[in-house]
Design a protein around this ligand. Structure first.
Ligand code: SF4
Length: 388
């Protein structure tokens, strides 16, 4: 991860800086549409003297507009979309005898590791793309249609807490669902912070602004994607409705919260019991995968129905593209920031996000529809450990 460049004792590893590419896009005649990941909003303030965990969503939207972008969207919308697709896939597997456990696939460092070290587990992986890639695909299709723009005339940029995301945008042909690159450029939180500073923008005193419509609104479920356990919690909120036909009474799924390396629990979806596991930090992931593999080889039932994996300790709040100086205290404060963003949201579940309801009504049809599969799902392949 990008922390290598921060910790390299001889300075031999350099971070790939693409801020100039971004400014060239701004100066071009292309329509520049930017999305921002959940974890960015609770960390970038540290580069401007704010406390870790300070939620600066509206200031980031505002700063992006001052840098000259044409449309400001939020990867949290993409996270809500991921839940609609991944939650539907999970419920289908559970209720129709599909292969279990289902394993999350929104962390590109994890999917890359899995394709190299656990290729036998590929059928367990959710085919849902990551929130960033879903957001990119609908930016260049649904949004492009609404604006009357060709996909090639949009530059789709993602602000991410993660250096692995720079690789994800070109990992295979599925990342070009629109016919061209769905995401053209990834900047890290640090790169955006440097751009804001070099433009002389007074970040701390910016007025809060709102994201653009129709792919900018988000539910609290989308924002907690940035912390370990958040994808699981968001999925359970929607899976409850899909399985029981009723809204979940308490949206706070505390069994999957916390900083323990591996969290194991059971969640009730009406009469059905969902066995879940959450792992973060690659060393902890191995234990869970080996447990699943051993059960399979012994012909035993799967130990879990749903597993969430994030490569970084604490999840994306501590990703390799975040401001330097991440320790457990900083992790805890950024985590608290995302949970407070969720609690303050008037809509807490992805399926209640009005813009999510609209995109299915106007464009995608049903979750996991043919069109949704074309745009929002991917596939995995065994990859060699080393390539020349
Ligand atoms: Fe990137 Fe880390 Fe988040 Fe995975 S957990 S998507 S590597 S920041």
């Amino acid at each position: 991860c990008g922390q290598c460049s921060a910790h390299c004792p001889v300075g031999a590893i350099y971070e790939k800086d693409e801020t100039q590419t971004f400014m060239q896009m701004i100066a071009s005649d292309k329509h520049v549409a930017v999305q921002m990941a959940p974890a960015v909003r609770v960390a970038i303030g540290e580069m401007f003297g704010l406390e870790p965990g300070t939620v600066t969503t509206g200031k980031i939207y505002s700063a992006l507009r001052r840098l000259g972008v044409d449309a400001v969207f939020d990867t949290n919308f993409g996270a809500d979309l991921t839940i609609m697709e991944e939650g539907t896939e999970l419920v289908d597997r559970v209720t129709n005898g599909g292969l279990l456990p289902q394993i999350t696939s929104c962390c590109p460092a994890w999917t890359d590791y899995m394709e190299k070290y656990y290729a036998d587990m590929i059928p367990h992986f959710s085919t849902a793309k990551s929130p960033m890639m879903m957001q990119g695909a609908i930016t260049k299709t649904y949004y492009a249609d609404k604006k009357g723009l060709a996909p090639k005339d949009i530059m789709s940029v993602a602000i991410m807490p993660c250096t692995a995301k720079k690789y994800e945008i070109s990992r295979d042909d599925n990342m070009q669902a629109s016919g061209v690159n769905d995401v053209d450029l990834v900047l890290t939180t640090r790169e955006l912070g440097r751009l804001i500073k070099s433009a002389g923008i007074d970040f701390v005193n910016l007025e809060d602004e709102k994201a653009d419509s129709p792919i900018g609104a988000y539910a609290g479920a989308g924002t907690i994607f940035g912390v370990t356990g958040g994808v699981m919690e968001a999925a359970v909120r929607t899976a409850h409705l899909l399985v029981t036909g009723k809204e979940i009474e308490d949206v706070n799924i505390t069994a999957v919260r916390g900083a323990e390396n591996v969290k194991v629990g059971e969640v009730q979806l009406g009469d059905a019991t969902l066995k879940v596991a959450v792992a973060h930090g690659m060393a902890n992931v191995r234990d869970i995968m080996n447990e699943v593999r051993a059960a399979k080889e012994a012909g035993n039932p799967p130990p879990y129905h749903f597993i969430e994996v994030m490569a970084c300790k604490g999840g994306c709040i501590a990703g390799g593209g975040q401001p330097y100086g991440t320790d457990d205290d900083v992790r805890a404060r950024r985590t608290a920031g995302l949970y407070s963003d969720d609690e303050k949201s008037t809509v807490r579940c992805s399926h209640q996000n009005p813009e999510i309801v609209q995109i299915y009504k106007d464009y995608l049809g049903e979750p996991c529809s043919h069109k949704a599969h074309d745009l929002l799902h991917t596939k995995y392949q065994e990859r060699p450990l080393y390539t020349k």
